[in-house]
Design a protein around this ligand. Sequence first.
Ligand code: DGL
Length: 275
Amino acid sequence: MEHGPIGVFDSGFGGLTVLKEIETALADNDFLYLGDNARTPYGNRSFEIVYTYTLEAVKWLFDRGCRLVIIACNTAAAKALRTIQQKDLPRIAPARRVLGILRPVTERIGHRSKSKHIGILATAGTVASNSYAMEIKRFFPDITVVQEACPMWVPLVENNERGGEGADYFIKQHIDRLTARDPRIDTVVLGCTHYPLLQEKIARYLPPGIEIVSQGPIVAESLADYLKRHPEIAARCGRGGRREFYTSEKAVVFDKLATLFYGKEIHSREMEFSR
Ligand code: DGL
């Protein structure tokens, strides 16, 4: 039986915050990470472009033997996952699986809120897709979901400006807008891979008593559970703890900032999408 690593895809660096958490639950598994840094950010891009880029990445990971791919980018999962699962997979690779990072959060989040009012902080693209709100409503029809797009937050992290006063200004601005729209919110989801790096400041500007939910640990728990429930997929996932990192940018550029997200040093390789 052929084995392959679990593919983890993100528009750039952000998925490393998710992989870091997945690894704590599934240290033995092999992982192949792909960051599309040459075309990042996806957050403000159209549905068509995000879908096209994400499908290219999934095919590339399939070509490298991945039987299971995690789309560890909220924007890509929100805008492209459903079409890939329903339209492309049955045609190109019916025995392989592609999972996103919204569902693990949306199917659990209703149990975390007492007031039944939940806030979502995400990129403009994720908010425009309305995916978080629709999915949460599907599992918890009585929950009110309020969303806030924070277009400056990804550049703040990627430009290493999160420690500065500019970061405080933009973080407070969006938190204030979110809580003003619905003062009953008691749970806030960080619906973007970069936001865990801003968590300290987000907590500073949120009114006390609001729980901040970071998706990495939830995705990790959900993936471990998925592999238990799908032994036929788990049996095709390579084990041995190998890690490989690919980027569509220059490897030196990727490696420099990647540590911030992953917490460990990374030596990546370059890839190119064939068009
Ligand atoms: N990874 C993206 C997300 O989680 C953020 C970066 C981007 O906009 O590409 O939405």
